[in-house]
Design a protein around this ligand. Structure first.
Ligand code: EAX
Length: 333
């Protein structure tokens, strides 16, 4: 019986004798055959966690308890890049992550980070759930990771502490945190911003201390991380759509039999729909709450000016991902 994590109750109880048995229920004693340590960075009430809870329940049911997923939210096991490295090392078995650090593992993933690539959510879903999305997920195999499905982080918007952002020029000279991602960094530098790559875990404190003026993230992140405590303005630029791939350590994957692999794969794909609904379904309510908490929402920044201003970055990168990948995405109706 392979164990990916710490030895579970069975071995432990055997070693300390039967006295403790009375304290443990039958379910606790029966160790799962595959015990997967899952880790992600968002909070307990964020849709990454809600999706993962649903996934864990369904997987448990469908495998008759052979697979148990232990969820660690809120950066308990580190920031996104560390967790993805953990998948390669086998210290973590499962994650849902933004694309932030993923271009460092699979360069073609950076195509998804291009500003204004997707026209709307349905365009993103069509690409990510189709052949192109599967092709990108399959590329993770070469770096020791099995890609299961694309869940959602959402359309990213800009928050700032002092200046309302209505047009690209408003970002000039602002120190904005971007993900550790060369495309995002280039896109904000293009606008004349001081784009500072940083792991998510340092962002709140840096905003609080005034070391940063701005950051950009989808509404569910702004809301669940209480960014209204440290940011005054929210500008609905929607400059990039952030998918959230669900990834498994290949070390763990290769030890699981095909019937279990099939359940994990199909359940992750199925839960993508639920998780996206949970994510998008909360946005209006969250936006209203952000206003109540004191944020000023700029509902209609000049999006076409942002698209134009970031266009050179699109052109700089679009040829880098081979075989017209970006062109195929853009041309999909
Ligand atoms: O994955 O680093 C980021 O800005 C991500 O969007 C966030 O932590 C969720």
């Amino acid at each position: 019986m392979p164990h990916f994590a710490r030895p579970r109750a069975g071995a432990f109880l055997a070693s300390i004798g039967a006295a403790l048995l009375v304290l443990a229920s039958a379910a606790d004693i029966r160790a799962a055959e595959f015990d997967l340590v899952e880790a992600h960075t968002t909070t307990q009430d964020h849709p990454y966690t809600l999706g993962m809870v649903r996934f864990a329940q369904l997987v448990r049911e469908r495998t008759g308890g052979r697979v148990i997923i232990q969820i660690h939210h809120s950066r308990q096991l580190g920031d996104e890049r560390q967790v993805v490295e953990g998948l390669q090392l086998g210290t973590v078995q499962l994650t849902v992550t933004s694309t932030g650090p993923l271009g460092g593992f699979v360069p073609e993933m950076n195509a998804l980070d291009l500003p204004f690539l997707f026209r709307e959510a349905s365009h993103a879903y069509k690409i990510l759930d189709g052949e192109i999305g599967r092709g990108l997920l399959d590329r993770f195999e070469a770096v020791g990771i099995k890609g299961l499905a694309f869940w959602e982080n959402g359309f990213r918007h800009i928050t700032t502490s002092k200046t309302a952002v209505e047009r690209p020029a408003d970002l000039k000279g602002l120190k904005i945190r971007v993900m550790e991602n060369r495309v995002h960094q280039a896109a904000f530098r293009q606008l004349g911003a001081d784009a500072t790559p940083m792991a998510w875990g340092e962002v709140f404190t840096s905003l609080q201390q005034g070391l940063l003026d701005a950051q950009e993230n989808p509404i569910p992140i702004v809301s669940t991380f209480k960014l209204y405590e440290v940011q005054k303005f929210l500008s609905l630029t929607g400059h990039v759509y952030s998918p959230a791939p669900v990834l498994v350590s290949k070390r763990a994957w290769d030890r699981m039999p095909p019937d279990i692999q099939r359940i994990l794969l199909s359940t992750a794909v199925e839960v993508a729909k639920i998780q996206r609904q949970l994510n998008r379904g909360q946005e209006d309510k969250q936006l209203a709450e952000l206003r109540v908490k004191g944020m000023t929402v700029i509902e209609r920044p000049d999006r076409s000016a942002f698209r134009e201003a970031m266009r050179p970055v699109f052109e700089q990168f679009e040829g880098q991902f081979g075989k017209g990948l970006v062109r195929r995405i853009v041309e999909t109706k």
